[in-house]
Design a binder for this molecule. Structure first.
Ligand SMILES: NC(=O)c1ccc[n+]([C@@H]2O[C@H](COP(=O)([O-])OP(=O)(O)OC[C@H]3O[C@@H](n4cnc5c(N)ncnc54)[C@H](O)[C@@H]3O)[C@@H](O)[C@H]2O)c1
Length: 337
């Protein structure tokens, strides 16, 4: 059994990771400030004896009394409307937040895995993005708080590795979708699914010819765990994503087809600095981790649609959350004193 801390564990990806690691018999501490995450994502884990929640903002230093073997950092607002709402905060989470987790990892002698992003490539110059690409980011644009924040986080980790031999792992995650995305987070698949389920036209920005590659959440979580479990020499960065490239318009049609509906589309102006292409080269992940996604888009969409169908249904008043396993940071410090 490993003792694992997951920052951002109440978010979309983090909650699936918490769940998978608890299922595998590990002890999991989720640290989250619920900035964009939700209690409902982890409510089913709160009763579990090997799961613990600490409410805390990683921009502030974090002290944990228990031993920690591994830290996964997923704490960061991830969708454009969320990270652009308070851009300064987004930068702080990726700089101060990551610096604080580095301190914790050094003190606990723990491995630290950073959830980086395909956005470090910006608007890519190549058809397919490889880890050797340096990226094409507008550092003064509206996406820069996230893109440059994540780039700086990678810099912090690699300097720490070079100077102090901190065992680091950097995953560059490409668009991922699945249950527990938020209905109003402005991401392509959650937008399309919610709009199609509620009989609204699906919003396509630009003419829909820009491409994206969508990875189902279960595959992504598998990749993150394989990276964490890889030999210490494997630091990354490693692309994790699905290389099947589709135009955004094609995705809208696939969502409608899985729902058995005719696609209704509403075209809107393209936002500033929207990347034209996204397709990961995953040969490094295949060679070093033996990883590749296995879930087809239709299979993933079916599960995602089932989740949103339930989420949008009228709320059941009996679904109260058990809160026994929740501690605030003050209580955690008191317990460690
Ligand atoms: N989902 C994707 O397609 C995708 C793609 C690339 C990278 N990523 C990265 O993966 C991570 C998780 O993404 P997600 O889609 O699950 O997003 P999410 O917004 O659902 O999850 C982020 C979680 O971090 C928490 N958080 C934010 N700031 C925090 C802070 N200062 N202290 C503690 N907790 C904080 C939020 O409350 C939330 O629970 C992010 O770092 C994101 O940049 C995600």
């Amino acid at each position: 059994m490993k003792r694992i801390l997951i920052a951002g564990g109440a978010g979309f990806l983090g909650s699936h990771l918490c769940e998978r690691l608890v299922e595998r018999g590990h002890s999991v501490t989720c640290v989250d400030n619920f900035r964009t995450g939700h209690r409902r994502n982890i409510s089913h884990l709160l009763w579990h004896p090997r799961f613990r929640l600490i409410e805390h903002d990683i921009v502030k230093p974090l002290s944990v009394s228990a031993s920690i073997d591994e830290i996964y950092n997923l704490a960061c607002p991830a969708s454009p409307p969320h990270y652009q709402r308070d851009p300064r905060y987004t930068v702080m989470v990726n700089v101060m937040g990551v610096a604080n987790l580095i301190e914790l990892a050094r003190y606990k002698k723990a491995r630290l895995l950073q959830a980086s992003t395909s956005e470090v490539y910006g608007d890519p110059l190549n058809d397919e993005q490889s880890e050797t690409d340096w990226g094409n980011v507008n550092c003064t644009g509206p996406r820069a708080c996230y893109d440059e924040g994540k780039r700086c986080a990678e810099t912090l980790l690699f300097d720490e590795w070079r100077q102090h031999d901190l065992p680091i792992k950097v995953a560059r995650i490409f668009n991922t979708y699945g249950p527990r995305m938020q209905e109003e987070d402005g991401r392509i698949i959650s937008n399309f699914v919610v709009q199609a389920l509620t009989d609204q036209p699906m919003t396509v920005y630009g003419d829909g010819s820009q491409t994206r590659s969508f990875c189902y959440v279960d595959d992504l979580v598998d990749g993150l765990i394989r990276l964490m479990d890889s030999p210490a020499s494997v630091t990354g960065p490693i692309n994790l994503g699905n290389p099947e490239e589709l135009t955004v318009l094609r995705v809208a049609h696939r969502v409608a087809a899985v729902l058995g509906k005719r696609a209704k589309v509403d075209f809107n102006p393209l936002p500033a600095d929207d990347p034209r292409r996204r397709r990961p080269n995953i040969s490094r992940a295949a060679a070093l981790l033996g990883w590749k996604p296995t879930t087809s888009l239709d299979a993933g969409l079916t599960k995602t649609i089932a989740y949103f169908r339930k989420l949008l249904a009228p709320v059941n008043a009996h679904e109260a959350l058990p809160l026994d396993n929740v501690v605030s940071m003050g209580a955690a410090r008191a317990a460690s004193a």
